[in-house]
Design a binder for this molecule. Structure first.
Ligand SMILES: Nc1ncnc2c1ncn2[C@@H]1O[C@H](COP(=O)(O)OP(=O)(O)OP(=O)(O)O)[C@@H](O)[C@H]1O
Ligand SMILES: [Mg+2]
Length: 301
C-alpha cells in the first residue's frame, strides 16, 4: 500500500504534516450550520482499542491522533487487520475506545450519555458498509423513508418526497418499488448511498463501499461521495484497499498494526496529508447527483 501512496506522492503531490501532539483543544463547532470546508470536523486523540484479554489480546489501535475535515474526502488504507474498521467504528460512535477522545461538534463523543450518542449517530452520521445492510423487507424507497421518519421525524409525505428526489438523482426512480433481492449489487449499493445522503449528514463513514462493485460502479460511488463533501460540506471517511480510489481523495491516511504510519519516519508526526494535484482529480463528468439543485433539501440541517 505504501508503494501506491509513494507513487502518488511522486506525482508532484504536496505533502505536509499535521499537528499530532494531542495538546490541541477541540475546535468549537456547535451545529452543522457551521459546516465549512477545511474546518476540522472530527478530531481523534490518543485512541487505543484492543480486543480480548490475556494471551488472546489483540491491540487494534494504538495512540491514534487524527484530524478529519469538513468538505473533504479522506481515505483510510492499510493491510488487512491493521485496524481500519476498528478506527472507523471508534470515530463514528459505534465502538467505544479503551482510551482516548473523539471530538465532534465541540464535544468528546465518548463522554456523551448513551442517549446523546444515539442522537449524534442518528442526526449527524451516515454509514455505508460493504454488505449494504439494507432491510430485506423494504423497498428501495422505504429504505430511505425510514431514515427520515426515524432520524428526523419527517411526515410520511415529506419523507416520500425527499426519498424520491434522491432516488431520482441516483438514477433509481424506476427501481424505487423493488426490494433488495430484486436489485443488482450496484443498485443496492446506490440505495445504501442514497440512504446515507438523504438525511444531510455532517459525517459520512464508509467501510469498503466499493469492494463489491465493478470499477464503473465503484467510481460512481466515489463521485457521489465527493459531491457530498464538496457541495454539502460533509466530512467523508472511506476505508479502502483499492489504490485506484486515491485520486478521489483530499487526504490519505495509512494504518499499520494499529498505528497511523509515518512515511517520513520522523519521530513525531503521526499522520501525513497528501493533496492531489488538479490533474489527478477525477473527471467531474459522471455523477448524476446534483444536491445543490434540490431546493427541498437544504445544504445544512
Ligand atoms: N470483534 C473482534 N474481536 C476480536 N478481535 C477483533 C475484533 N474486531 C477486530 N479484531 C482484531 O483487531 C484487529 C484489527 O481489525 P480490523 O477489522 O479493524 O482490521 P481491518 O484493517 O479493518 O482489516 P480488513 O482490511 O481485513 O477489514 C485485527 O487483529 C482483528 O483480528
Ligand atoms: Mg475492515
Amino acid at each position: 500500500m505504501s508503494r501506491w501512496i509513494r507513487w502518488w506522492k511522486e506525482q508532484k503531490c504536496r505533502t505536509q504534516t499535521s499537528p499530532s501532539s494531542g495538546q490541541h483543544p477541540p475546535e468549537r463547532v456547535t451545529e452543522p450550520l457551521l459546516l465549512r470546508r477545511g474546518g476540522i470536523g472530527l478530531r481523534a486523540r490518543q485512541l487505543t482499542r484492543s480486543f480480548g484479554t490475556g494471551q488472546t489480546r489483540a491491540i487494534a489501535l494504538q495512540q491514534v491522533d487524527l484530524d478529519l475535515r469538513y468538505g473533504e474526502v479522506h481515505l483510510l488504507m492499510g493491510p488487512s487487520g491493521s485496524g481500519k474498521s476498528t478506527l472507523l467504528a471508534v470515530l463514528s460512535g459505534l465502538l467505544r475506545p479503551d482510551s482516548g477522545q473523539v471530538f465532534a461538534l465541540g464535544k468528546d463523543i465518548w463522554r456523551l450519555s448513551e442517549e446523546e450518542l444515539e442522537q449524534f449517530r442518528l442526526r449527524y452520521c451516515s454509514y455505508i458498509f460493504q454488505g449494504y445492510n439494507l432491510f430485506p423487507a423494504l423497498t428501495a424507497r422505504e429504505q430511505l423513508e425510514i431514515v427520515l421518519k426515524w432520524g428526523e421525524g419527517c411526515s410520511p409525505r415529506e419523507a416520500r418526497k425527499r426519498a424520491d428526489i434522491i432516488l431520482g438523482q441516483l438514477g433509481l426512480a424506476h427501481r424505487a418499488h423493488l426490494r433488495p433481492a430484486e436489485l443488482s449489487g450496484g443498485e443496492k449499493q446506490r440505495v445504501a448511498i442514497g440512504r446515507a445522503l438523504v438525511k444531510n449528514p455532517s459525517f459520512i463513514f464508509a467501510d469498503e463501499p466499493t469492494a463489491a462493485l465493478d470499477w464503473d460502479n465503484g467510481q460512481h460511488v466515489m463521485h457521489l461521495l465527493c459531491q457530498c463533501a464538496r457541495q454539502r460540506g460533509s466530512m467523508v471517511l472511506v476505508v479502502t484497499h483499492d489504490p485506484r480510489l486515491i485520486p478521489f481523495a483530499d487526504r490519505v491516511f495509512e494504518l499499520a498494526d494499529g498505528r497511523l504510519r509515518d512515511e517520513s519516519s520522523s519521530p513525531d508526526p503521526t499522520l501525513l496529508v497528501y493533496e492531489p494535484t488538479p490533474l489527478q482529480r477525477p473527471s467531474k463528468k459522471g455523477p448524476r447527483l446534483h444536491l445543490h439543485a434540490s431546493p427541498k433539501i437544504p445544504l445544512h440541517t
